[in-house]
Structures are given as structure tokens and as C-alpha cells.
Design a protein around this ligand. Sequence first.
Ligand code: NAP
Length: 281
Amino acid sequence: MSRIAVVTGGNKGIGFAIVKGLSKQFDGIVYLTARNTELGNAAVEELKNTGHHVKFHQLDVTDDTSVEIFKKYIIDTHGGIDILVNNAAIAFKTTATEPFEVQAAETIRVNYFGLLRVSKALFPLLKPHARVVQISSSAGHLVQIPGTDLKAQFSDPGLTEAQLTQLMNQFVEAAKTGSHKAAGWPNSAYMASKVGVSALTRIQQRELDADPREDIAVNSVHPGYVDTDMTSHKGPLTPDRGAEAPIYLALLPKDTQIKGKYVWHDKTLVDWVKDELPAPY
Ligand SMILES: NC(=O)c1ccc[n+]([C@@H]2O[C@H](COP(=O)([O-])OP(=O)(O)OC[C@H]3O[C@@H](n4cnc5c(N)ncnc54)[C@H](OP(=O)(O)O)[C@@H]3O)[C@@H](O)[C@H]2O)c1
């Protein structure tokens, strides 16, 4: 049985670089998934031309049917997953004209609920020793939450997925009335969504620690400030460099102690609750 790696949003940027790097370093089949079939197939072709062997499957993280079709395909074809990299995300540009409430709803829908949907669908397929990498951001560090009470809720070691989802929905609701800042939220939907991703990672690891499947690790990572479409190519790091920490986490050895952590692009572990934001990023 082949070992299987899956990367979401793999057609470009950091996701594409993660697929490329994994295809060199991982002894198994790497699935480059993308919401757009044409873009996904073109990305796979580009890798084939350079000697990398990867496969494409359509996967839109916001679409229940797409996620279910992919899940069934993996079950029928391979039975399980060894590496899952939840990379797909969006960020509105600072020049975007959509009202804040629209940006908030859409960003949380894709970055938090999309990642949660894929996790809920595919976690049952994770094999013992599987590695999950949740692509967060420096924007996903707890320090980005100004409100003391809200911070305490996010960092509560007993926070449940249902409670976290409720917090994400509260942000979307508060954004509708413009009351999010008064309620302790940052004035950034992207930050709120990525804090959600890193908080979710901690919850997921706690749940997997109690799972009969042995030694499954879930970590969230800030890939660095990277030259991609998302940053309008302002980031100083190359996508390959941005892929380094995610690939390191995807390939953590058996019985690693690095579980449920928030990891910086230089692979250092950052205490999500107690540490300051490291610099530079
Ligand atoms: N670049 C940075 O400096 C930086 C810093 C910190 C964190 N990050 C994080 O790193 C990850 C990759 O970012 P990037 O800079 O490579 O961004 P990017 O170049 O904009 O690529 C984002 C990828 O996500 C895909 N995507 C968006 N919505 C999707 C959906 N509903 N279903 C499936 N795929 C979807 C995009 O597909 P389409 O091509 O179809 O749009 C694209 O493949 C993101 O999680 C981002 O938040 C980036």
C-alpha cells in the first residue's frame, strides 16, 4: 500500500512549493489538490516536466460535495492518508472594496470553516503516525487578539471545537454591526480566521491524543512572509523557502514530541499563549 500525502490549494504559491518539496522527500504519492481543475492539472503538468511525480484531484474546501467525493476517492483508492497539509486560504487585499462584514464572513468561511470541513472529513482516514500541517500565519498568533477576555477564551486549554466555532461565528456577527473591535477582536478578518486555525490545531491534537490510532501529530505553522499572489509578491521569502517549515512538520519522525504546537518559519516552536511574536517575519 502506497503512502499518501494530500495538499489543499496546491496549484500555486506555498501549496505548490509544498507539493514539489514533498514529491522529492516523501516516499509515496503526493496529491496536489485544487478547486479549479484546469489550474490543478496545469500545476501537475509543470511538475511532471521537471521529473516530479504527483497526482491531481479536485478539492474545494468550501464545498461539501467536493470534499465528500475526494474522501470517497481516497477510501476506495488508498484506504488512508499519511500526510495532510491544509494550505488553502484567502486574504482580501488592503485595497478591497467589499464591506468589512462581507470580508469577515468570506474569510472565516474559507480559512476556518473550509479547513475544519476538510479536517472533519479526512481525519477519520489518518493512519497511525500521520502528520497534519495546518497552515496558519504570524496573523494567527494569540497576540493578535486585543481583548483580554477573548484571549482567555481562545487560550483555555479546555476549549472545544464547538466553542471555537461559536467564537468564529461571533466575530462574523460582530463584523455586521461594526462592533468587533469593541468586543476585543482585531480589525482583520484574516487575523481572526488564522487565530481560529491555530486554536483549532490545539483542540485537534488534544482529541487525537485520546484516539486509539497511535502518534498522530497536528501542528500549525507560520510559513514566513512569502512572495506569492496573496502578498501581491511583496514577501521576501521564495515559495520554496516558505514550504520548508510545513514540509519539516509533514515529515516529523515517528514518536515526535512536536504535537499541537505553533511553529515559526525557521522551525522554532513558539508558545502560542505566552511568547511574543518573534521577529523578523
Ligand atoms: N504568502 C505569505 O506570506 C503567507 C504568510 C502567512 C501565511 N500564509 C498562508 O499560506 C497559505 C498559502 O498562501 P499563499 O501565499 O501561497 O497564497 P496564494 O498564492 O493566494 O494561494 C492560495 C491557494 O489556496 C487556494 N484556495 C483558495 N480558496 C480555496 C478553496 N475554497 N478551495 C481550495 N483551494 C482554495 C488557491 O486556489 P485558486 O488559485 O483557485 O485561488 C491557491 O491555490 C495560506 O494558508 C496563507 O494564509 C501565507
